[in-house]
Write a protein that binds this ligand. Structure first.
Ligand code: GLA
Length: 708
């Protein structure tokens, strides 16, 4: 209930207490076009009316219990499985009370309190509803005052019920193929599980983001869809349990080997599940989720980004002070604004000159940088370039001073041979000394004068999950405590260095999730920068993440035409990873033209709304357009992957009554100009008749500005 008082809004929580048979409470969460209804049953348990239909007055069935608990009658996949201090493996939750509080005009927090009548054990189901964006953040808090620890074996973040006839779109990949293979399938009786057991990253193979389409497959503009994204950078599980008359979507920390002993009075808070609803297909779903992400899911979501030049593809590990400085003048000349020094700048006794040594020894290499990093950063800054740095604080090579001094700091299993991935091991972040070491490392690197950007990498996952710090009976807590300690470190970094932009990277796109992204400005979607592949990947990532969060660099991967590579990268967070000292004059001119064009349009591509027009998975080309929030400007991209008959691209999201002048930016050398370049049309004409792009062959691309 809201009361207006003397010009200010007083927020009052509604407290609904207890139940009687005649007046069992119901709790409704409402956003602009979505509603979620809970109903307390005669048995005191909490039930949910399935999303997507069904009779709202239908008799409540045990199968429809919300947040179902194992061991006391519920026979399908449970949301909660706990072993009480006395060994009882069952839990029964009944409704206690609920509160709904307006945090702002757009945000409502609902807290539903449940408890077990036989134990001092309580669960609070929490939902933060974002009115305008149709987004609901959902999580669970668990607490008890039993005589000893309670073992939490499963503690889902969500357990939403849907009707049947639901299609699931999920993504499968691998290194350099992340998020590349969308699979859409009808959920059928049985349990479909998407999960990862990688510990320190969520993604590589499966992805913690997915789409549910109700009543058939959705398109970009039609269909009821619910996007789900679990904000957790560790092992996750999403299970879609179809019992033939309803489907339950359970997502949370992977129950695999992750038993957590909850002490009396400690509160366990699950990761947040982010749900986004649309009645009008996938396009609207993404725009709502992007709007949420700019405000709550990432840092500085309403700011444009500097054009970046990275040296990784140009030099690999092979560089010194002079070589890096030699890249600065050409970087400035073609218009880049920020230089990112990648891996290979540190380590003395074990120099980091390849990936076999040095991780963990974060002192600048004295041969390469005799006076440390500050003079290098200054050399960039003096030329008008910002300076950024690569780091991988969670890792160690056995060939390092750190490992020699602290062999017990790594995650490994006793009596097993150490298993290396990329010649490295993960430091055990549950150990306070490691937390301190990693914080000092990050602090000392980011504190170097002139550093205003950093890439935080994580190049392996867990395969031998043992901690010599955690007690023998707490080993399974490693999976959870690692991620919690990681978030504490990321949070401290973001707070201590509020003006330093951060890129999230994990051997490519292993950390593309909203758990970590809230501390970062962008993430690295994949080491695969072949633009023909990036067209597909960026399309798929954009279902969930705004393009300003997707780092996209021009490289020589795939040996594609420079104009095509630049145009693809310009449609996301634009950067380059090229040896500018070796680039042909023509390619350099194409890059300079692309950068200059990008600077004209970045207000629209970084901050505007995205409309996906032609799906590159299904067509010979991909096409998208961005529209500024006031709809006065727009930008269209066409990426042609194969030969095919040229046809107009029909735009979306324009103001039908406004006039826009169309102009091709940075046209490809030697290609005929776009027909009708420089002419103006109404939004209605451009959405109905489209624009015939100048590209007509495989590996041609175009970017078209639409201005008042
Ligand atoms: C990972 C990243 C690359 C690069 C290397 C450096 O593979 O994804 O972009 O930073 O590490 O070792």
């Amino acid at each position: 209930m809201k009361l207006k008082f003397a010009g200010c809004q007083i927020l009052l929580a509604i407290i609904v207490m207890g139940t009687t048979h005649a007046e069992n409470p119901s709790i409704v969460l409402k956003t602009r076009s979505f509603a979620l209804t809970f109903q307390v049953g005669d048995d005191g348990r909490l039930y949910q009316r399935p999303i997507g239909g069904g009779d709202s007055a239908a008799k409540l069935k045990r199968d429809d219990e919300f947040y179902p608990q194992a061991g006391d009658g519920y026979v399908w996949e449970p949301a909660l499985e706990a072993v009480h201090a006395d060994g009882n493996t069952s839990t029964k939750l009944v409704y206690d009370s609920s509160t709904q509080t307006n945090e702002t005009a757009d945000l409502e927090l609902t807290r539903i309190h449940l408890h077990d009548p036989a134990y001092p054990f309580e669960v609070v189901l929490c939902f933060r509803s974002h009115q305008a964006e149709d987004v609901i953040e959902e999580w669970t808090e668990i607490r008890h005052q039993e005589s000893g620890g309670v073992l939490l074996k499963r503690m889902a973040s969500t357990s939403l019920l849907l009707t049947t006839n639901v299609y699931l779109t999920h993504f499968f990949g691998d290194w350099a193929k992340e998020m590349m293979n969308p699979i859409t399938e009808q959920i059928t009786p049985g349990t479909k599980v998407l999960d990862s057991k990688l510990g320190v990253r969520a993604e590589q193979f499966q992805n913690p983001s997915f789409i549910l389409s109700l009543n058939g497959k959705a398109t970009e503009t039609d269909g009821q869809v619910l996007a789900g994204s679990l904000a957790w950078s560790g092992s996750f599980q999403c299970a879609f349990d179809d019992n033939n008359h309803g489907i339950r979507a359970l997502c949370g920390i992977n129950p695999f080997d992750s038993v957590y002993k909850l002490k009396p009075d400690e509160t366990f808070t699950t990761p947040i599940m982010i749900w986004t609803w649309s009645d009008h297909g996938l396009g609207e779903m993404s725009r709502k989720l992007h709007a949420w992400a700019r405000d709550f899911g990432m840092r500085d979501g309403h700011k444009t980004r500097s054009v970046l030049l990275n040296n990784w593809e140009a030099t690999g590990f092979n560089f010194d002070f002079d070589r890096i400085v030699s890249l600065f003048d050409p970087a400035k000349e073609i218009g880049t604004e920020l230089f990112l020094l990648d891996d290979g700048w540190f380590g003395n006794q074990y120099p980091r000159v390849n990936d076999h040594a040095g991780l963990g020894d974060w002192q600048p290499n004295r041969q390469r940088f005799p006076d440390g990093l500050a003079p290098l950063a200054a050399a960039a800054v003096n030329r008008g370039l910002r300076f950024g740095i690569w780091m991988e604080p969670e890792m160690v090579n056995p060939n390092s001073e750190l490992f020699h001094n602290h062999p017990d700091w790594v995650i490994c299993q006793p009596k097993r041979e150490l298993e290396l991935q990329r010649n490295q091991l993960v430091l055990d972040l549950t150990r306070p000394a490691v937390q301190e070491f990693e914080w000092n490392t990050i602090h000392d690197i980011l504190n170097v004068p002139g550093i205003t950007y950093a890439k935080w990498d994580c190049n392996r996952y867990l395969t031998q999950p043992g901690s010599s710090y955690l007690a023998a009976d707490s080993q399974s807590e490693l999976w959870i405590e690692y991620v919690q300690a990681l978030y504490a470190l990321m949070d401290k970094t973001a707070k201590t260095f509020p003006d330093t932009e951060l890129m999230l990277c994990s051997g490519g796109g292993g950390r593309a999730d909203y758990g970590a992204l809230k501390y970062f400005h962008e993430f690295w979607p994949s080491d695969n920068t072949d633009p023909t592949i990036r067209v597909l990947m960026q399309w798929d990532y954009s279902y969930f993440f705004p393009p300003v969060a997707l780092a996209s660099h021009v490289t020589h991967w795939g040996h594609r035409p420079m104009h095509f590579a630049c145009t693809v990268a310009m449609s996301a967070r634009f950067g380059m990873d090229l040896d500018l000292t070796k680039l042909s004059a023509q390619d350099k001119a194409v890059c300079a033209g692309a950068i200059s064009a990008y600077k004209q349009i970045r207000e629209v591509t970084a901050l505007g709304d995205l409309y996906r027009l032609e799906d590159p998975h299904a067509n010979f080309r991909g096409a998208l357009n961005f529209v500024s929030t006031d709809r006065s400007r727009a930008v269209a991209f066409v990426f042609q992957l194969n030969d095919g008959e040229n046809a107009p691209v029909r735009l979306q999201g324009l103001d039908a009554t406004k006039r826009y002048t169309i102009h091709e930016l940075n046209p490809a050398p030697g290609r005929a100009a776009m027909q009708k370049d420089g002419q103006s049309f109404t939004g209605e004409e451009l959405m109905r008749d489209g624009i015939l792009p100048s590209c007509s062959k495989a590996l041609e691309a175009t970017v078209i500005a639409l201005d008042p």
